[in-house]
Design a binder for this molecule. Structure first.
Ligand code: NOJ
Length: 663
């Protein structure tokens, strides 16, 4: 598919060279402003929205291995410019994205000594701010090592923040709401609600050859400071003049739903490097997967092996019959027979177990118009994986496989580096680029937190980096609590698509009877709309879908959208999202709640005026309740228009899912 950058307008408003200390720039709509100044040789910025302070003086700078780069600084000159374009996403939550900002380029220099220089570039959008450091090539700064990034976010108040600790394994934690000054070091996106009713989220965009940013409050105040994930040797980033840092981003919104509609993350990434994106296709998949988590199958070869030719064909038949585009098969390759989270270096990515005939399977799949989704579990052994990377993707490409799920289960990569450090960031990028060369889409598990790179590499479809549905299979704490999915769209979801894998229909757990899906079935359906992912799994084993009328919602729900709206949301309590299909005039609605029931009157004002739609409503049935009676689903049909107000009644941890077909 053609990845067209539709450049509408580029206007350089004016460029001024000035030496005054405080300079500011406003968003195109004038509501958000950023000021930059210096005080006692230190550089700071502030952010305001209308008459509200978002950030007080927040200082900038670095500690390098051999020196400090935050003192004796002067602002050499400041340039202002503007930019406006509308670009088209090959896939996404909407087709067209407006990228419109005013920019302030602040050139900073040490006033004495080595007179080293850096630039801070601020981009102010109507929905927030991004800024990054740029290090021009210069005589006295070549290769250097960052030991600490001193970037601050001096919040105006002690806001309520939803966070997971920075060292949460694979970002698979439950988000907790606490006042900012009680936080330990936490991951971004860090989403906050202010006392005066604003919502904001701090994160980063375009994480390239750098370490992921975490945040920690300075001395128990509400001044947050960047904390970069370190290398095992303590350094944070090996840097070179001529390079830039990721963008530090602050989304600012009047409503929780507006956080989800911000495209600031994408706009701060580079346009696509893949010219022809016609091979990149969103879709919905099933897999030989939940069966492993339920211990019906094993990943390794043996009497309960899941990835056998016969079993995969059964899944292909089912996928074909119900219109799924893909079948994920885990446990097909040699290496699973080892203690693989410690011995990932024994994985082969080109040798299948003898009972998995890839040629026969892929031929069969092609006949049935289904694609196999490949799987590369590395057990965190990156060197082993990189040694095989090209042949591994070439092997799949030869067999017509165009999607690969990657995985890195092991607390440290190559037994020493964090998933969020510069070592990992370099590796994940190598994989995306190698995959693109072989026309392969990536679904990455145990990733570094996403930062909007899918704009530049649209084959990076979706990632985990979240406590997903699999926790409902084996988590000793009983599974994901009801509020979890009402929080993650506003935290992890702001970073990018989530491979959460909703859609479990059978909640019986033979392995851990006290662990199970803590929702109603109707909520499982609604999650297909609420949690955005261009590749989305229906997680259950196929036998659990047979003859269940509710399954129709999952098989009908698209994964690629032309528009998204969020009519109703309260973080941690409830959320309703409506999305318009990219390939038709139909809309899909997902509405979910936490452990409390939720009633809402939903005006369908987003529908086309003067047109009638058939609404097929999948809702919690009579007496449905997530703990004791999760299964009843009522299916109702009625005609609606843009004037209709639908009354939805969600059970405890319940949901409603609606298909709106234009008549
Ligand atoms: C963890 C992943 O999240 C899960 O989806 C996968 O099945 C296992 N690793 C094995 O690779």
């Amino acid at each position: 598919m053609k990845y067209t950058l539709n450049l509408l307008l580029f206007v350089l408003l004016f460029t001024t060279a000035c030496t005054q200390k405080d300079s500011s720039v406003k968003s195109p709509d004038g509501t958000i402003s950023v000021s930059v100044g210096s005080e006692n040789g230190k550089i700071y910025y502030t952010v305001n929205k209308e008459n509200k302070t978002i950030l007080n003086k927040s200082f900038l700078g670095f500690i390098l291995k051999d020196s400090e780069l935050d003192k004796n600084l002067i602002i050499r000159d400041v340039k202002e410019s503007s930019f406006s374009e509308t670009w088209e996403q090959p896939w996404g939550e909407e087709t067209l994205v407006e990228n419109k900002y005013n920019q302030l380029t602040v050139n900073v220099e040490e006033s004495n000594g080595l007179k080293r220089k850096f630039t801070v570039v601020f981009r102010v959008f109507d929905d927030g701010v991004g800024f990054r450091y740029e290090f021009p090539e210069q005589e006295n700064l070549k290769d250097f090592i960052i030991m600490d990034e001193l970037t601050e976010f001096a919040l105006a108040d002690n806001h309520k923040a939803w966070s997971i600790p920075y060292d949460t394994q694979y970002y698979e934690g439950l988000y907790k709401a606490t006042p900012v000054n009680e936080l330990d070091t936490v991951c971004t996106p860090l989403t906050m609600e202010t006392k005066d009713g604003l919502y904001m989220s701090i994160h980063e965009a375009n994480l390239t050859d750098y370490a992921a940013m975490n945040l920690s409050p300075k001395n128990k105040t509400s001044v947050l400071k960047a904390y970069l994930s370190p290398w095992s040797t303590g350094e944070k980033v090996f840097m070179k003049a001529g390079h830039v840092t990721p963008w530090r981003t602050i989304i600012i919104a009047n409503k929780p739903g507006d956080l989800l509609l911000s495209r600031l993350m994408l706009n701060l990434n580079e346009p696509s490097k893949i010219a022809d994106t016609s091979w990149i296709k969103p879709g919905r998949y099933i897999g030989i997967w939940w069966g492993m988590h339920m211990e019906k199958y094993t990943w390794y070869n043996g009497p309960k092996h899941g990835a056998t030719t016969a079993n995969v064909k059964k899944y292909i038949d089912f996928a074909s019959q119900h219109g799924f585009s893909g079948v994920l098969v885990e446990g097909w390759n040699k290496g699973w027979e080892n203690d693989w989270t410690k011995e990932g270096d024994k994985f082969s990515f080109t040798e299948a177990y003898p009972d998995f005939d890839i040629t026969e399977i892929t031929k069969y799949a092609a006949m049935k118009n289904v694609k196999l989704i490949g799987h590369h579990e590395t057990g965190g052994a990156i060197i082993n994986y990189e040694n095989q990377l090209d042949s591994a993707f070439a092997y799949y490409q030869r067999h017509g496989i165009n999607t690969v799920k990657t995985g890195y289960v092991s607390p440290l990569l190559d037994a020493k580096e964090m998933h969020s450090g510069q070592y990992a960031v370099r590796h994940y990028r190598k994989v995306i680029e190698a995959a693109a060369k072989h026309h392969i889409m990536i679904d990455n598990h145990e990733p570094v937190m996403p930062t909007g790179l899918q704009r530049t590499w649209p084959n990076l479809m979706t990632q985990e980096g979240v406590r997903g549905q699999e926790y409902d299979a084996w988590s000793r704490d009983g599974g994901n609590p009801p509020e979890h999915t009402t929080i993650i769209p506003f935290t992890r979801g702001l970073a990018g698509p989530i491979d959460f894998t909703p859609g479990t229909f059978n909640f019986t757990n033979p392995v851990y009877p006290n662990t199970r899906v803590q929702t109603t079935i109707a909520k499982q359906l609604a999650l297909s709309v609420v949690i955005y992912s261009p590749l989305q799994m229906a997680s259950d084993m196929i036998e659990n879908y047979e003859n269940n009328p509710a399954f129709e919602f999952i098989t009908s729900c698209p994964t690629n959208w032309s528009k998204t709206v969020v009519p109703d949301a309260k973080i941690g309590e409830y959320v309703t999202i409506a999305r318009k299909d990219r390939d038709s005039e139909n809309w899909y609605i997902g509405s979910i709640t936490n452990a409390e029931k939720h009633n809402l009157a939903l005006p369908l004002i987003f529908l086309d005026k003067g047109v009638t739609y058939k609404a097929k409503i999948f809702k919690d049935g009579k007496d449905a309740e997530y703990k004791t009676n999760p299964y009843p689903v009522d299916i109702e049909e009625k005609e609606v228009t843009a004037e209709t107000v639908l009354n939805l009644e969600l059970a405890t941890s319940g949901g409603t899912a609606i298909i709106l077909t234009k008549l």
